[in-house]
Design a protein around this ligand. Structure first.
Ligand code: UD1
Ligand code: CA
Length: 489
């Protein structure tokens, strides 16, 4: 039987945050969310999570992302050993292998956890410690080995001799234990150290004293064991994870033009030959189709982009962009937008709860809210779907292959039939039948000579006078030309 205990009761003081440290986000999951996902993949089963600071928030989060996980509350943070003891007290039936890890090591790979468990079980060790060789071991427990390279002890930095401080192999805080031996030694922990805490690392010391076999398993990639104590370190982890994610997608055939400005959540998927232009953020349940081009300067949250679509300088949330559709530059797709195949949402266009049919176009400067636009229809520039009467939102429907004029207001609820036209500048408040032209605007009249009379001496008046004189002149010349050839005959 394999079990997982995640320690997540600490406050993370140096984050200086109302949020408990393990709930800080990192490319698609919280810190503890990453740890839970790796444990789930490598070991499976329901993890026991020790919560304390911000316990209610952490419990609510577990409910969402790992409903099978079992939270156990540690009221006072009396050390890593104390935390594991509480978790084991809650699960007296637990036997076999117990993997213990901190909730703040989000870069740990499932493969590394699997390898740790494999080493532990195949060597029949009482405990196996995941270690790493790091450049800066400050603050971490050091791994002391004998001349033969075998594990001897974990020494906390505060207890280390100057020579031991020079050791660069550190305790990652990730372990596999034999449940029986762990339980036995947890009962013997003292708080006789300068923090007055029960150290989980003392379990290792007690096991060594009892002559049990301890194995140190070195992580192939030291960055996997990194934690974050403050926001600067968290940003460092985020950059490492960004690079790891981008490298994997590039190896899978995605073109990432500028990996240093491309931020892809671990939850996103991309098909091959997708092109991600610089400064692009792909988040949540976003999926990018084959050959689609996304960016530059684009953020997509929970957006499905079809094969061959183009999405340029766009901010989009909870939307679907059909195959070969074109969006942007400067478009804002709000939740519930569904764009058909080869449709177009152009520049300075905002959509919300809107369905745009195959091949339909909203090319310029428009708001399309609570609307349905049929296939092949073109919406004139600067049109607004007037969906809100101040109290209620209502939907409007425009049929297939319609041509609506520029600067239309569609006052919902209104229905425009298939193949209908509307005139530019119309305020459409009534349904337009299929094939009809809807017009709603005042007749134009021109008041001749108004500028000369009302704005005399202005540049406008002068320009008008010059233009009129030129026109008069043309007329006269045309008359002369008309007469000329006849004279020659
Ligand atoms: C511990 C190890 C150290 C190792 C380091 C790796 C001990 C005594 N030392 O250091 O050798 O190099 O981890 O990061 O174990 N936690 C609880 N309840 C508590 C105390 C801690 O849930 O009472 C949780 C924290 O929230 C955190 C994890 O346990 O997720 C590790 O705690 P932390 O205080 O960071 O460990 P250290 O003692 O610094
Ligand atoms: Ca720590």
């Amino acid at each position: 039987m394999r079990n997982v205990i995640i320690l997540a009761a600490g406050e993370g003081k140096r984050m200086k945050s109302a949020l408990p440290k393990v709930l800080h986000p990192l490319l698609g999951r919280t810190l503890v969310g990453h740890v839970l996902a790796a444990a789930e993949e490598a070991i499976g089963g329901a993890a026991t999570v020790v919560v304390g600071h911000g316990g209610e928030l952490v419990r609510a989060h577990l409910e969402q992302v790992a409903p099978a996980a079992v939270p156990v509350t540690q009221i006072e943070q009396r050390g890593t050993g104390h935390a594991v003891r509480i978790a084991l007290d809650e699960t007296p039936e637990l036997t076999g292998t117990v993997v213990v890890l901190g909730g703040d090591t989000p870069l740990l790979r499932a493969e590394t956890l699997s390898a740790l468990v494999h080493t532990h079980e195949s060597t029949k060790a009482a405990a196996t410690v995941l270690t790493a060789e790091v450049d800066d071991p400050t603050g971490l427990g050091r791994i002391v080995r004998n001349r033969g390279g075998e594990f001897v002890a974990i020494v906390e930095e505060r207890d280390a001799t100057p020579a031991q401080r020079g050791i660069r192999e550190i305790n990652s805080g990730v372990y596999a234990f034999d449940a029986e031996r762990l339980r036995e030694m947890l009962g013997k922990l003292s708080t006789d150290n300068d923090q007055g805490e029960e150290y989980l690392t003392d379990v290792i010391g007690l096991l060594v004293e009892a002559g049990a076999a301890i194995v140190a398993h070195r992580a192939p990639d030291a960055t996997e064991t990194l934690g974050a104590n403050d926001r600067a370190q968290l940003a460092g982890l985020r950059a490492l994870l960004r690079d790891r994610i981008n490298d994997e997608w590039m190896r899978d055939g995605v073109a990432i033009i500028d990996p240093s400005t491309t931020w892809i959540d671990v939850t996103v998927t991309l098909a091959r030959d997708a092109v991600i232009e610089p400064n692009t953020h792909l988040r949540g349940a976003t999926r990018i189709g084959e050959g689609a081009v996304v960016g530059p300067d684009t953020s997509l949250v929970d957006v499905v982009v079809g094969d061959g679509a183009t999405v340029v300088r766009t901010h989009a949330l909870s939307s679907e962009i059909g195959p070969q559709a074109s969006v942007g530059p400067f478009a804002y797709l709000r939740p519930g937008t569904r764009l058909g195949r080869k449709s177009k949402i152009g520049t300075f266009v905002e959509t919300k709860a809107a369905t745009v049919g195959d091949g339909a176009k909203v090319p310029h400067l428009s708001y399309v809210g609570d609307a349905e636009i049929g296939e092949g229809t073109n919406i004139g520039a600067a049109s607004v779907f007037v969906n809100y009467d101040g109290v209620q939102k209502r939907r409007s429907v425009i049929g297939a292959h319609a041509r609506t004029g520029a600067d239309n207001m569609f006052v919902a609820p209104v229905h425009i039939g298939d193949g209908a036209y509307t005139a530019a500048g119309s305020v459409i408040t009534k349904d337009v039948p299929p094939g009809a032209l809807g017009v709603s605007r005042a007749q134009q009249r021109n008041i001749e000579g108004w500028v000369e009379r009302k704005r005399p001496g202005t540049a406008a008046a002068q320009a008008a006078r010059d233009a009129l004189a030129r026109e008069q002149n043309h007329v006269t010349q045309a008359q002369v030309a008309d007469v000329g050839p006849r004279d020659e005959q």
